[in-house]
Design a protein around this ligand. Structure first.
Ligand code: GCU
Length: 412
């Protein structure tokens, strides 16, 4: 019965699916002007749930950070439950091509299989290693919208150094980085509303067939897949698993931040235009809001998140706290001037407010509440940022700044 109600609600919510980003951008109820942003107070970062101020790195790491992660898990993205029967995980390198991109790199197609009494699921990750560099190499791991089984990951026939999907992997190889692609839909559907196939089944308790209100939605499942890809990378001698950057654009930027916040094995995180449920502050309600998100994508977050629709001030967290959970590891946020749906200013402010934790941990954060000029990147910091002119995409300028940020931290 409960399940039926959830499905009906989900279908009603998803009824507006199909609206394009552009259409939604012109929704009349959306806030785009700074003067219309409601007054808000952010929940305190450096005070425990019990009201005790956090004064040291140890208190942050041992008390406040776990509290915040638990709030994000239970109320925002959804917690991964304990499976009833243990999950077996196996890795298999299915194919190796040492001549990828005219011999610039080696491509490995790696299958990760999960199984228990309740079923099985699998992921196909792609690992690219530059042939010229001394191994093990640092690497970027990207949560990907493109299917790793598709031809999108072939070298582009006409554009040197690019994949068919446009990613400039040649640039990464030239600068000594490996690259890992993890497909978002291997374990869960893009806009999943049933949760009967994929990874969730393996975790259901007896009689369960739908996630509970605090259990994992789509983004948590994508993040979980990223962590399993890291489990593999720890066994791959070509990759330096202590220098892996997790990154993603848009929905995948949201997933990248949640992956890095939870899993300290990732050395760095890059959020490209992650917006709502990514870097942007909920309380600004600028561009996409919680309401807009759960209307079109009911289970990207967990069901508990629905309770905060138009009640953002009641949330015990805001997204600066997610970024702070990545500290002291470097985090980089990229916005687009015309990408107003993702609220670039809200993304910057999140990074700015998270900086208090970086400073507490002896790291360098963003010093100014005002944004840097458009097209000027802040690289030389543990919290990096740039706002590019233009809209919702990752351009060569952005890729290069991400590499600069990784160079600054990994090669200094
Ligand atoms: C939609 C959604 C955004 C998301 C974006 C994307 O526009 O509303 O939250 O970031 O899709 O993933 O491209």
């Amino acid at each position: 019965m409960k399940r039926a109600i959830c499905c009906v609600v989900a279908l009603l919510l998803a009824g507006t699916l199909g609206f394009s980003r552009e259409l939604k951008e012109y929704d009349s109820d959306l806030i785009y002007e700074e003067s219309k942003i409601p007054h808000y107070d952010l929940p305190p970062l450096l005070v425990t749930a019990e009201g005790k101020p956090i004064a040291s790195a140890e208190e942050w790491m041992n008390v406040r950070r776990p509290q915040i992660l638990s709030l994000f898990a239970n109320l925002v993205y959804g917690r991964v439950p304990q499976p009833q029967s243990p999950i077996k995980m196996e890795f298999e390198v299915k194919k190796t091509d040492p001549q990828f991109m005219g011999g610039k790199a080696t491509r490995k197609d790696v299958q990760i299989r999960f199984s228990n009494d309740q079923g099985q699921a699998e992921m196909l990750i792609l690992v690219f290693v530059p042939n010229q560099a001394t191994r093990p190499v640092p690497a970027f791991m990207k949560h990907s919208f493109n299917a790793t089984k598709s031809r999108d990951f072939e070298a582009h026939p006409e554009r040197p150094g690019r994949l068919r999907n446009g990613w400039p992997l040649g640039e990464f190889f030239d600068r000594g980085y490996g690259f890992v692609a993890v497909y978002q839909q291997d374990l869960v559907g893009h806009n999943e509303v049933e949760f009967l196939k994929g990874i969730h089944r393996l975790f259901y308790r007896k009689g369960q067939s739908f996630p509970k209100a605090h259990e994992w939605g789509v983004l948590s499942a994508v993040a979980w897949g990223g962590m399993r890809a890291m489990d593999y990378l720890e066994t791959d001698g070509d990759i330096d698993h202590t220098r892996v950057v997790v990154m993603g654009h848009s929905k995948m930027g949201k997933a990248a931040l949640w992956t890095a916040a939870q899993d300290q094995r990732f050395a760095m995180a890059i959020s490209a235009q992650s917006g709502c449920a990514g870097a942007a502050l909920w309380r600004r309600r600028s561009g996409e809001t919680l309401e807009k998100m759960v209307t079109r994508f009911p289970y990207w977050l967990c069901r508990n998140a629905w309770k905060f629709v138009n009640q953002e001030d009641d949330l015990p967290v805001d997204q600066h706290m997610l970024l702070a959970c990545i500290a002291p590891r470097p985090v980089y946020v990229h916005s687009g001037l015309k990408d107003t749906w993702a609220d670039g200013r809200g993304e910057y402010l999140s990074a700015y407010h998270a900086s208090a934790v970086y400073r507490l941990l002896g790291k360098k954060g963003l010093a100014l509440e005002s944004l840097p000029p458009v097209g000027e990147a802040i690289i030389n910091s543990d919290v990096g940022y740039h706002m590019r002119a233009g809209g919702h995409s990752v351009e060569m300028y952005d890729w290069q700044r991400f590499l600069d940020f990784a160079d600054y931290h990994f090669k200094k």
